[in-house]
Write a protein that binds this ligand. Structure first.
Ligand code: FAD
Ligand code: SIN
Length: 516
């Protein structure tokens, strides 16, 4: 089926919803396509909160410095400046639209997370910040008549005409129909790719589809080697890798090894609040030394009533798996959590392809550098979702309608991610492209992925393989250690040769983009 509209947004997380609201200001029609239920996204599961300078003892320049520091020399400072300076305006707007952050005596409450020099993280319902943000944004979007949200619509591919993205091809799962939707501009807000790894905090939808599609269309991809592994995901047989928020360490939680001893002081003077890459590697090292397969998060010294109120979702989820956080040590291990790389954009979400904009975790704005500061990604989705919409309105491209060949005789099964491919790739990635990398392991991954890529694959599976290959290739290319990328064969940071972004673009060799 062929349809047209003014703007298409792919994804209904924080970036997509904010972009859709922005685009609706033109009075043009905005269609949001989303893969699953409307609320199913990484945003929905965000716990710790959103970092923003709104407290009296905080300053924009401190947030800037903390973000640059965490980014390990690879942040684009101008993009970070946009984030920290515009953040307060967009969060205030969110509050005015009805999102309710936790307060005490009428004043916003701020918590602290690793590598923040101030208490600046707003949270909602204790540990359900993302759910509250999605609720507020959705409620607001639903009051705008130009916005139509279509759930269970899997976008498969971008439609290109003379180097301009003019539409998308998607499968409407409910009607089992393949649709071609044309528009002036497309905003990709498909989120991250944690599901490329066997162990991840991300929900099922986070398979990196947008990155795969954009790459195939020829967009510039950037810094795909930088994957952030969250140190504390629940590690219990039969349970998902449910996140145990960094805020638990921010509020005083400890990490202990299987001998019952705290260990972080051996690795970093910031102890439990060192940056995530350091804590994750410390856990891997501690697990090796103690011949165990996990460490423990201990919050039992904190008041039990406080823990239940501050972390109600975590409390109930752990209880479901027979762990009472007020009494028990919780088994944890690291899991893939957030990808810093993505589709290269300018500070208004413009990609290297006309008509295509990207915002949120799918994009690489340069805000996070080699390592994202905790709780900066919700803010990024909000600020850059709004800016991508502004850019699309300003560029005001003409609609170009072409008629690609119809694909006939397909069932929705032809568009599901192949289970076998997913299993094999996620194991390869965890084993060979994980927290500790080396040339040998990466070469093994690259050759095994190439074999899998040779098989006939549907578009969804092709996107998945493509993303895995991009991550492995970039990790092999960068011969140094920095932020979320650690090479045991090149353990030092090498600013002389590697203070650059890595660029991957279809049919070209990887290249370096030097920072200013
Ligand atoms: P998402 O929120 O992931 O939304 C992507 C959307 O795209 C989804 O609706 C998805 O269904 C849709 N989609 C994907 N592929 C397709 C397709 N092919 N077709 C159509 N639709 C598609 N960050 C913080 O700042 N603070 C936190 O406290 C925090 N906690 C986190 C806790 C967890 C457990 C996780 C997993 C992440 C957390 N993060 C946190 C990271 C943060 O949640 C994400 O980076 C952010 O929400 C990404 O927003 P987004 O809009 O870019 O993508
Ligand atoms: C957490 O709550 O630990 C996640 C915060 C984040 O990923 O920014």
């Amino acid at each position: 089926m062929h349809k047209e509209t003014d703007f298409v947004v792919i994804g209904s997380g924080i970036a997509g919803l904010r972009a859709a609201i922005g685009l609706s200001q033109s009075k043009g029609q905005v269609v949001v396509l989303t893969k699953d239920r409307v609320s199913e996204s990484n945003t929905e599961y965000a716990q710790g909160g959103v970092a923003v300078v709104l407290s009296d003892d905080d300053q924009v320049d401190l947030h800037l410095t903390d973000t640059l520091e965490a980014g390990a020399g690879l942040c684009d400072e101008s993009a970070v400046r946009v984030l920290v300076e515009e953040g307060p305006k967009y969060i205030t707007e969110l509050i005015n639209w009805g999102t309710s952050f936790d307060t005490q005596e009428g004043k916003l409450l701020f918590t602290k997370e690793a590598a923040h020099s101030r208490h600046r993280i707003l949270h909602a319902h204790g540990d359900s910040t993302g759910r509250e943000i999605v609720r507020g944004l959705l409620a607001h979007a639903r009051t705008i008549p130009q916005i139509t949200i279509t759930p269970h619509a899997i976008t498969l591919d971008l439609i290109l005409e003379a180097n301009q993205v003019v539409g998308v091809k998607y499968l409407d799962i409910e009607s089992n129909e393949l649709c071609y939707l044309y528009a002036r501009s497309i905003v990709l807000a498909t989120g991250g790719a944690g599901q490329i790894y066997a162990h991840t905090t991300n929900p099922e939808v986070a398979t990196g589809d947008g990155m795969g599609m954009a790459y195939r269309a020829g967009a510039r991809m950037c810094d795909m080697e930088f994957m952030q592994f969250h140190p504390t995901a629940l590690n219990v047989v039969g349970a998902p890798n449910f996140l145990l928020s960094e805020a638990m360490r921010g509020e005083g939680g400890y990490l202990i090894n299987s001998d019952g001893k705290r260990f972080m002081d051996k690795y970093d003077k910031r102890e439990e609040l060192a940056p995530r890459d350091i804590v994750s590697r410390a856990i891997v090292s501690e697990i090796r030394h103690t011949h165990s397969n996990q460490v423990y998060l201990d919050v039992t010294h904190l008041k039990s009533t406080y823990l239940r109120e501050r972390f109600p979702k975590i409390f109930l989820t752990c209880l479901k798996y027979n762990y009472d956080i007020t009494k028990d040590f919780i088994p944890v291990s690291p899991a893939a959590h957030y990808i810093m790389g993505g589709i290269r954009t300018d500070s208004f979400g413009r990609t290297s392809l006309a008509g295509l904009y990207a915002a949120g975790e799918v994009a690489s704005t340069g805000v996070h550098g080699a390592n994202r500061l905790a709780s900066n990604s919700l803010l990024e989705g909000l600020v850059f979702g709004a800016r991508a919409a502004e850019a699309a309105l300003e560029d005001n491209l003409d609609k170009i309608k072409i008629k690609p060949e119809e694909t006939v005789g397909l069932t929705s099964d032809s568009y599901q991610l192949d289970k076998n491919i997913r299993l094999q790739i996620s194991e390869i990635m965890w084993r060979y492209v994980g927290i500790i990398r080396s040339a040998n392991r990466l070469k093994t991954a690259i050759s095994q992925l190439a074999e899998l890529a040779e098989q006939p694959l549907n578009l969804v599976s092709r996107n998945y393989v493509e993303v895995a290959q991009m991550i492995a290739r970039a990790a092999h290319y960068r011969e140094e250690s920095r932020g979320g990328h650690y090479r045991e064969d090149y353990p030092a940071r090498n600013d002389e040769e590697w203070r650059c972004h890595t660029i991957d673009q279809l049919r070209k060799d990887l290249s370096k983009e030097l920072l200013n």
